[in-house]
Design a protein around this ligand. Structure first.
Ligand SMILES: *[C@@H]1O[C@H](CO)[C@@H](O)[C@H](O)[C@H]1NC(C)=O
Ligand SMILES: *[C@@H]1O[C@H](CO)[C@@H](O)[C@H](O)[C@H]1NC(C)=O
Ligand SMILES: *[C@@H]1O[C@H](CO)[C@@H](O)[C@H](O)[C@H]1NC(C)=O
Length: 116
């Protein structure tokens, strides 16, 4: 039992580190899909990708309040990039999402931003 609990915590910890899908905020049924983009990078030998995704894209303006952000790891195994929300997000009109891939692994993540 104790072992099982430790295992669960370990798995949870791994999920936090390598958990490649994430979401912030809550999507309401009448929200608009403000942005959907797929970031794909090929693996770099002995190095990792650190990609910043800015919303709205440089040179564009967003008039909507963000309600939710979803990041999906398209690898669907544990080798995808770890997403983090670096600034903005729900309640703001901008967001910067960071994708950090694992060493020697590329990334393929989809970022969806909803708002109203
Ligand atoms: C966005 O949120 C602000 C502060 O909550 C609110 O004043 C504003 O009306 C909202 N804008 C839209 C387009 O809903
Ligand atoms: C990235 O993932 C999407 C969704 O699974 C897939 O359709 C696409 O082919 C992938 N892109 C690459 C370059 O692997
Ligand atoms: C995870 O999936 C991706 C895409 O299918 C693949 O390129 C990669 O080698 C896989 N990683 C592992 C550790 O199996």
């Amino acid at each position: 039992m104790k072992f099982l609990l430790s295992l669960t915590i370990l798995v949870a910890a791994i999920f936090v580190v390598y958990g490649s899908s994430a979401s912030w905020g809550r999507r309401n049924s009448n929200d608009y899909l403000l942005s959907r983009q797929v970031e794909v990078r090929s693996p770099i030998k002995n190095n990792y990708w650190n990609v910043n995704v800015d919303f709205p894209r440089a040179g564009t303006v967003n008039y909507y309040n963000i309600s939710a952000i979803f990041v999906y790891d398209n690898f669907k195994n544990t080798s995808g990039a770890a997403p983090a929300l670096w600034s903005g997000g729900p309640g703001f009109r901008f967001a910067q999402i960071n994708l950090r891939s694992q060493v020697n692994r590329g990334l393929n993540s989809t970022i969806e931003i909803y708002g109203r």
